[in-house]
Design a protein around this ligand. Structure first.
Ligand SMILES: Nc1ncnc2c1ncn2[C@@H]1O[C@H](COP(=O)(O)OP(=O)(O)OP(=O)(O)O)[C@@H](O)[C@H]1O
Ligand SMILES: [Mg+2]
Length: 254
């Protein structure tokens, strides 16, 4: 392992739902600061893998290591505290809060001062400043005080990433961050993801291959719960097995 600084490792993760094997011996290592894409057909087990890594699901066997420490048995909230954070395929925002309120709340939650938030707003200027800096980083400063439900959908998806950043993640797992975003806006969203601080390791699920090849440093191809290939975009693009999976899928969808 000398020379490679892996922040997250999974070792032979297995998970079945009844007779359906959704994770077959998944062993992966994410280097610090990586931009990895997790791709594969619908139902391949991509979201399940993220659920296993963040602790929403318990693996049947296998281990998960964060910075070399075994976190396999930790609750999701404890994993977040250690720097492992995820976002969801479906939007989970508070529509009637503003971005600055939501992100400030997330910052105070992280610091364990959330209970005092509504009572003494003015004692929390540091949290508000931090929240604003995060919103700025994601290009949301202009809409920081608008109600979340009035934001463009792409901005709402960025706000989810802002909330994740408020936890100060080392590893960020993004489950289809551009789902529901018009195609011409999703590249802009991924520009922002690509520009996240270099010490944050990102694993994102994305179906649009143009986006994947443009923004991923490496690609993991998952098929029927197993890793088919894990390689650079160039290698994956030219891999006949990957072509077969995707051409097969294209044929199905007519
Ligand atoms: N809680 C569950 N109980 C039973 N089966 C499940 C459960 N969650 C997922 N599955 C099944 O496991 C398989 C993998 O699902 P998963 O959501 O991980 O796929 P995915 O790769 O994220 O697909 P998509 O691209 O459509 O989001 C699917 O067949 C799904 O129906
Ligand atoms: Mg999914």
């Amino acid at each position: 392992m000398a020379g490679q600084d892996f922040v997250l490792t999974t070792q032979a993760l297995k998970k079945s739902f009844g007779k359906l094997e959704v994770a077959r011996d998944i062993s992966l290592s994410l280097p610090r600061g990586c931009r990895y894409a997790l791709i594969g057909p619908n139902g391949a087990g991509k979201t399940t893998l993220i659920n296993l890594v963040n602790g929403q699901l318990k693996p049947d066997s296998g281990r998960i290591l964060l910075e070399g420490e075994d976190i396999t048995r930790l609750l999701p909230a404890d994993r977040v505290r250690r720097g492992l954070t995820r976002t969801f395929q479906i939007n989970q925002l508070f529509p009637d809060l503003t971005p600055i309120e939501s992100v400030t709340l997330a910052v105070t939650e992280r610091d364990g001062t959330a209970g005092q938030f509504w009572r003494s707003l003015h004692s929390h200027t540091e949290a508000i400043d931090e929240a604003f800096a995060i919103l700025q980083q994601l290009g949301l400063a202009d809409v920081a005080t608008r109600l979340t439900r009035t934001l463009a959908y792409g901005q709402q998806r960025l706000l989810e990433i802002a909330l994740a950043l408020a936890t100060r993640p080392k590893v960020l797992l993004l489950d289809e961050p551009a789902a529901g975003v018009p195609k011409d806006e999703s590249a802009a969203l991924f520009e922002v993801i690509a520009a996240l601080p270099a010490d944050i390791s990102v694993l994102f699920i994305e179906h649009d291959m143009d986006i994947v090849f443009r923004f991923a440093s490496r690609i993991i191809v998952l098929v029927a719960g197993g890793v088919l290939v894990e390689d650079t975009p160039d290698e994956v693009r030219n891999d006949p097995r990957v072509r077969e999976v995707y051409l097969g899928q294209a044929a199905h969808h007519g």
